[in-house]
Structure formats: C-alpha cells, structure tokens
Write a protein that binds this ligand. Structure first.
Ligand SMILES: NC(=O)c1ccc[n+]([C@@H]2O[C@H](COP(=O)([O-])OP(=O)(O)OC[C@H]3O[C@@H](n4cnc5c(N)ncnc54)[C@H](OP(=O)(O)O)[C@@H]3O)[C@@H](O)[C@H]2O)c1
Length: 320
C-alpha cells in the first residue's frame, strides 16, 4: 500500500496535513544537508585554492605561538613563518625551542625569538610580557595544552589535585593571560588575529575526560565572547576545535584521513581564518562532528570506557 493511502486509512482527513508536514520536513532536511555540503566544500577546499582567508601579514610583522615545539603548535609556527611573519616561540623546553628557531630562520628567512616557559605555572606572565614589549604582534596562537594519559573517572585520576591545577593553568589560564598581554596593542592598531585551540571535547561534554573537556569549553566560550567584543574593533578571534590529529598528545603516530598530520590539519585550519570564527578546521573532522553531535553521551562513554581499559592495561604492563 502506498504511504499516502496508508495514512488516509489510519488518519482520514488529517493525513493531508501529515503529508504536507512530511514534505516540508524532507525539503528542510535536504536543504540543510545540501547547504552543509556546499559550505564544507567552500570552506575546506575552495577558500584555500582561491586564497580567500585573512592575510595574517597585514595584521602585524610578528606572531606568537604557545606550545610550539611539537604537534599542532609547531605546524602553526612553521606555516605562519612560511607566510613571511616573524615568530615568537614559547614552549617548555629551551633546547627544543632553540633548535626549532634555527630551523625556522634558515627555512623561511624570518626572525625568531624564544621564550622558555612552563604554562602549568601561573607566575610566568610578567616575564613573557616583558619579552614581547616593542614587537608589532599581529597574530597570537594559543595552542599550548595538556590532556589525560588515558580516559579515567575523575575520582580515580592519578595525582588529581596537581593535575587539576596544572590543566586549568595550561589549557585555560594561558589562553586568557596571553590574550590579555597582546590585546591592548591590537586594540590600539585596530587589527589583529587571535587563534585559540580548543578541542572537540570542549564542544560537547566528554565523560571520562571531564577536566580536559571543561578546560577546553572555557576556551570555546571565551573565544566566542571575545569575537563579539573585539570583532567590531577590527580584531579577528577564531576558536579551533579539532578531533584527532596525529601528534604526541593523541598518541597517533601516522596521519590518516580521520586523524591528519599536524601539517595537513593546520594548512586546512589556517585557510579558514577570517571565514569561520568557530571551526573544526578540517573536512573529515567536519564529518566526524556531524555524527558526534548526534551521538548520545551514553555511547560516547561506552567508546571511552574501551580506551580507558586499554590505557589501564598499558599502565599495568609498564609497571611490570
Ligand atoms: N592532537 C590532538 O588530537 C588534539 C585534538 C584536539 C585538541 N588538541 C589540542 O591541540 C593543542 C596541541 O596539541 P598537540 O596534540 O599538538 O600536543 P603535543 O604534540 O603534545 O605538543 C604539545 C606542545 O606543547 C608544549 N607544552 C606542553 N606542555 C607545556 C607546558 N606546561 N608549558 C609549555 N609548553 C608545553 C610541548 O612542549 P615540550 O615539547 O617542551 O613539552 C609541545 O611543544 C592542545 O591544546 C590540545 O589540547 C589536540
């Protein structure tokens, strides 16, 4: 029996209303799906090819990148330097910083400065501020971040009290403090770009990564609020919310379609600056995001319980 005559049988005259509502809902879903695909194609493919993203060099001759000696931060430092912008490199390990600075200077013919600072400490910002005085800072990338060794119930996290303070300082305090240091100069020039690296775990509550998720949602809300405060003053604030990228933190060695290498990821994310104030940064992450946002948290918990079991097994093996 055709659907319309089935509806006629069961609902009589009101079947017509259901048919109209169904047609409207189908058209709406088709419209949303098409516009979402077109938007993705434009953002992640066309904008890069056509060079539509913001020219960071116009914002100022220096950029500052935190957590820059590895992974996503290193890729930002390299790709911003490739655009002819001088870089202030801030990370924990001085030897790694000096090596990276040399490499960036010789490959991209730009100037660098290095600042060794541990972002788990809240007392580092006066020294950082002094080092940045007099530089024409156009771009700040707040990338530094730390996560759990593996997903875990909050009460069972090892060294929990220390981890709480370290993670809040490293993932959240750093973003607000570094922003506070560079903003006055940007406001005075009426231009600047601030890129804050959050996480997909900051977009949706993430059981067994509760502390990490909380610190990253701070980055998301802080950035979106700032964009409204300072967008009208000529400053672009972008929050980036990646899914997996192949780095030390994710413990994924090789890039793949769903967990790209940091270089592939950042190349894509940089092409969205000025076009998207909130982005997952990469086409396959946009697909993952559509699915993830539909999943109930019970299912997320189920997946992360699996990762927890593996993490615990490795921990035991390490001890033996
Ligand atoms: N990778 C992912 O799948 C993923 C997904 C979503 C969000 N993110 C976010 O992306 C950002 C970068 O992550 P990543 O995967 O690229 O990390 P990563 O490969 O582990 O690199 C972290 C970088 O930050 C530095 N760093 C770590 N702790 C520091 C501290 N306390 N003080 C100063 N520097 C510190 C490290 O320097 P040293 O080498 O000296 O330790 C290193 O340069 C983080 O905010 C993370 O939360 C990552």
């Amino acid at each position: 029996m055709a659907l319309s005559s089935m509806l006629q049988t069961y609902f009589g005259k009101s079947a017509e209303y259901f048919t109209v509502i169904g047609a409207i809902a189908t058209a709406y879903i088709a419209f949303r799906a098409t516009s979402s695909v077109l938007n993705g194609l434009f953002t992640y493919f066309l904008s890069g090819m056509l060079g539509l993203s913001l020219n960071l060099k116009n914002a100022g001759s220096w950029a500052v990148v935190t957590g820059c000696t590895d992974g996503i931060g290193k890729a930002y430092a390299e790709q911003i330097a490739k655009r002819g912008i001088n870089i202030v490199l801030i990370s924990r390990t001085r030897s790694k910083l000096e090596e990276l600075a040399k490499d960036i200077e010789s490959r991209f013919k730009v100037q660098t400065r290095v600042i060794a600072a541990d972002f788990t400490r809240p007392d580092i910002y006066d020294a950082i501020s002094r080092e940045l005085v007099g530089l024409d800072i156009g771009t700040l990338v707040n990338n530094v971040g730390m996560g759990y060794d593996f997903p875990e119930f909050f009460d069972q996290v090892e060294n929990r009290n220390k981890l709480v303070l370290d993670m809040i300082n490293c993932n959240s305090t750093s973003v607000a403090m570094m922003t506070g240091i560079v903003l006055p100069g940007m406001v005075a020039k009426k231009k600047g770009v601030i890129i804050n690296i959050s996480s997909a775990a900051g977009k949706k509550p993430t059981p067994l990564l509760s502390l990490y998720s909380g610190t990253k949602s701070f980055v998301d809300f802080f950035s979106r609020s700032l964009q409204h405060e300072y967008g009208p003053k000529g400053i672009t604030v972008q929050v980036v919310l990646p899914y997996f990228v192949a780095t030390k933190m994710s413990k994924i060695r090789n890039g793949s379609i769903f967990a790209p290498s940091p270089t592939t990821y950042v190349n894509s994310a940089l092409n969205t600056v000025g076009l998207q104030s909130r982005t997952v940064g990469y086409w396959s992450h946009a697909i993952q995001d559509k699915v993830n946002m539909l999943l109930p948290l019970t299912l997320t918990t189920h997946f992360l319980m699996g990762a927890r079991a593996k993490g615990l097994k490795k921990k035991v093996a390490k001890k033996e």
